[in-house]
Design a protein around this ligand. Structure first.
Ligand code: FES
Length: 155
């Protein structure tokens, strides 16, 4: 589905701006500049307003995201249980710091301040799946599972 079809699906109505951006993000794994220009034109909205929404929500990205998204919680409850060591282990194993995507487009690594499930901390989210009571030793397993899933999808 191209961007034009996504906009058509919502009848080019401004009130569906967020839904349109979500669909583009889902399809492209980010919001390309050209797509935002197209949304602006088709919805009859100033480009600055479209950018305003695209940059306000952390779910949107203006840069390509990895095929696998890893988010490590560094909130207080997770921090006191060693989440910083877990983040360091992810950084070491996939080779990028938090806030970045690997050059091969495989992983995007992020950190957040609370995921709302402190009781099971430290918490890591991999491709929208929550992993509680996380340890540094489990990092390698999670990364391997992502890579295996990638191979299965490709075959
Ligand atoms: S501090 Fe990590 S889930 Fe709340």
């Amino acid at each position: 589905m191209d961007v034009g079809k996504i906009i058509d699906k919502y009848g080019s109505r401004r009130r569906f701006l967020i839904a349109i951006l979500q669909d583009i993000q889902e399809q492209e794994r980010y919001l390309p500049k050209e797509a935002l220009r197209q949304v602006s034109l088709r919805l009859g909205m100033p480009l600055v307003d479209v950018y305003g929404v695209a940059t306000f929500y952390s779910a949107f990205s203006l840069e390509p995201r990895g095929r696998h998204e890893v988010t490590v919680c560094l909130g207080t409850a997770c921090h006191v249980r060693g989440s910083h060591r877990i983040l360091e282990e992810f950084e070491r194993q996939i080779g990028v710091e938090a806030g970045h995507t690997t050059k091969d487009g495989e992983f995007t690594l992020e950190s957040v301040n609370c995921l709302g499930c402190c009781a099971i901390g430290p918490v890591v989210v991999v491709d929208k799946v929550y992993h509680g009571e996380m340890t540094s030793n489990r990092v390698k397993t999670l990364i391997s599972q992502c890579r295996k899933a990638q191979k299965v999808e490709a075959s």
